[in-house]
Design a protein around this ligand. Structure first.
Ligand code: GTQ
Length: 358
């Protein structure tokens, strides 16, 4: 707003001109008046520019396959369709802080080895025996529903030795890294980073809440890279047998770093939740805009004034501080990620549960 109001609430044109002149002189010294912008930069509550949005897998898959037949993974480096928030086109953002994309690797292909400071997560949408991601020399199998991490600055390549395309959802914290201008990126000189450990080593070493007795100090064995879906599903089922659903989340569990009890990744919070058939959650909002990816089942999410109807493999995004509620048409399992982990580390995270809409 340009108009500065005087004490009587009217705009005084003479005063306005004087202020404009003052601002112009200050501008030459790289100074600006806070009072003109204060209410834009310090808001009573978050007012996200992001829109709630839904990406239907049935609509995305044909484009992915077409891309798969148009260029090679080697040429593309990463053959990914970026899920862009409709209110932030051209910015590779699904929320202001998060990147999401659907990646496809065709049979026989390798997405070549590189590393970056940005950490990545993968939710496998169409896995196959013979599909893998390799992280610092250790291969991890990619089966549907598996949750896999690529920690910051680890070498990684993806391969598909099966006879069908493999697809997964990528989530990266690259906008957070770029905000801090802390990003580095390197390509490995060959397609593959050398294999240094047997496939599945990390699951064998720390995947059962146990740790080889003298391994405690970190390094390679401090990283659990894979959270296979069969185990996540079993954990959700057992929880559902032992307690009542949370009124906002159903049965929602977070993926842990078993060595410190915190989130699996330091910046991105990741969860898997089970919504019983017919479950209708109490409205919930948090300062962490959240990406949901449907692993099983179908239902709807009411976000502000919108209703997003989802099915298996669909992806949806809920902006910061917008109340939302989930309705499960069938029993459903939903993966989600957000920047909550980063916000908790910065001690700025807030959430609000309820009240139920009448
Ligand atoms: O697989 O390393 O979706 O570097 C975007 C950037 C995936 C990856 C993306 C990447 C990757």
């Amino acid at each position: 707003m340009d108009g500065i109001e005087d004490a009587a609430g009217r705009t005084n044109p003479e005063n306005q001109r004087a202020r404009k002149k003052l601002y112009e002189r200050m501008r030459r010294h790289n100074l600006a008046p806070l009072w003109e912008v204060l209410h834009d930069i310090l808001r009573p509550a978050p007012a996200s520019p992001c829109a709630p949005a839904l990406w239907r897998y049935t609509e995305m898959r044909p484009y992915l396959l077409e891309a798969g037949n148009t260029n090679s993974a080697a040429e593309a480096q990463r053959r990914v369709l970026v899920l862009e928030n409709p209110q932030l086109p051209g910015q590779s953002r699904i929320t202001r802080s998060l990147y999401a994309g659907l990646q496809i690797v065709m049979p026989g292909e390798i997405a070549p080895a590189h590393r970056h400071v940005a950490a990545a997560l993968r939710l496998i949408v169409e896995g196959a025996p013979g599909a893998y991601t390799a992280v610092d020399g250790e291969r991890t199998a990619m089966a549907s529903g598996d949750f896999i991490i690529t920690p910051s600055w680890t070498w990684h390549d993806h391969g598909n030795e099966s006879d069908r395309p493999v697809v997964w959802l990528d989530g990266l914290d690259l906008h957070i890294v770029n905000l801090f201008e802390a990003g580095f990126y390197e390509q490995w000189p060959e397609e593959r980073y050398p294999t240094t450990r047997p496939a599945g080593s990390c699951l064998a070493e720390i995947g059962a809440g146990l740790l080889p007795v003298d391994d405690g100090g970190g390094g390679h064995t401090s990283l659990l890279l894979s959270y296979p879906y069969a185990r996540s599903r079993e954990a959700l089922d057992s929880l559902a047998r032992h307690q009542a659903p949370d009124e906002c989340h159903g049965f929602k569990m977070k993926f842990l770093n078993p060595l410190n009890g915190g989130w699996a990744l330091p910046t991105i919070a990741t969860c898997m939740q089970l919504l019983p058939k017919g479950f209708h959650s109490v409205p919930y909002r948090s300062t962490a805009a959240t990406v949901f990816a449907v692993v099983e089942g179908s239902g709807s999410t009411l976000v502000g004034a919108e209703r997003l109807d989802w099915q298996r493999h669909d992806v949806l995004v809920v902006p910061s501080w917008v109340p939302h509620e989930h309705i499960a048409a069938t029993e459903a399992v939903v993966f989600s990620f957000s920047d909550r982990a980063a916000q908790e580390r910065l001690a700025i995270y807030r959430e609000q549960r309820g009240p139920r809409r009448s």
